[in-house]
Design a protein around this ligand. Structure first.
Ligand code: SF4
Length: 213
């Protein structure tokens, strides 16, 4: 059984998959407490479902074939691994959103991992497991930095150098009410690095505090 917060169909708002219809499976529980967390409701489970029940819920949204497993932190529950394998076997394209603190060595390569490296502005700097660098590939996976300010922006660039991430898909995102995207865009245009600016699209389409979107 898995502890969940919610399952819903929406538009993918982040990553290079942004804009596509996507089924979100939000697992409950998180080992971090980012000071800007917009899904604190996921810390406690609101339901418990078997793998078969979760898959049946996802199938209900057919023909949508893109599924994101998110949280909370989805890798806290061991049963997530059979869920990933079962969904891959059914032919779903799978995204896994993870906070970077838990080693991903058992996540199948075919799962597109979107891994956070938590910046100082989150209050959770230092939780990144560097072993995760060897678990990601430039072809499949993406690395996300959520930035609060200029200090985070410069810190993120230093991590890219430190871990030799230049060939990876890198996403720079703004904490919604802290850093204006125009400011981040200005810095990125000045620096001319091959990094993608990411907006949390769902926060512009719907109320930024809305759940289940
Ligand atoms: S890792 Fe994600 S879910 Fe956990 S506290 Fe940080 S923002 Fe919230």
């Amino acid at each position: 059984m898995l502890q969940l917060s919610e399952i819903f169909l929406s538009i993918q708002g982040e990553s290079t998959w942004a804009g596509l219809p996507c089924v979100f499976v939000r697992l409950a529980g998180c080992n971090l407490r980012c000071n800007y967390c917009d899904s604190t409701y996921s810390y406690q489970p609101s339901m418990e479902l078997s793998l078969q029940e979760i898959i049946a819920e996802i199938d209900r949204f057919s023909p949508v074939s893109l599924v994101e497993i998110t949280g909370g932190e989805p890798l806290l529950q061991d049963e997530v691994y059979p869920l990933l394998s079962a969904l891959l076997q059914k032919g779903y394209t799978l995204l896994l959103e993870t906070n970077g603190s838990i080693l991903m060595k058992n996540v199948p390569k075919e799962v597109h991992k979107i891994m956070d490296i938590k910046c100082p502005g989150s209050g959770m700097e230092g939780n990144f497991d560097p072993g995760n660098i060897s678990c990601i590939t430039p072809e499949y996976d993406e690395i996300k930095f959520v930035l609060s300010d200029r200090d985070d922006y410069l810190w993120a660039q230093r991590q890219i150098e430190k871990y030799h991430l230049e060939n990876h898909k890198i996403l720079f995102s703004c904490v919604f009410d802290r850093l204006h995207p125009a400011q981040l865009a200005e810095w990125m245009i000045t620096d001319r690095k091959p990094i993608r600016l990411q907006l949390q699209m769902h926060k512009y389409i719907w109320d930024p505090t809305a759940r289940g979107v």
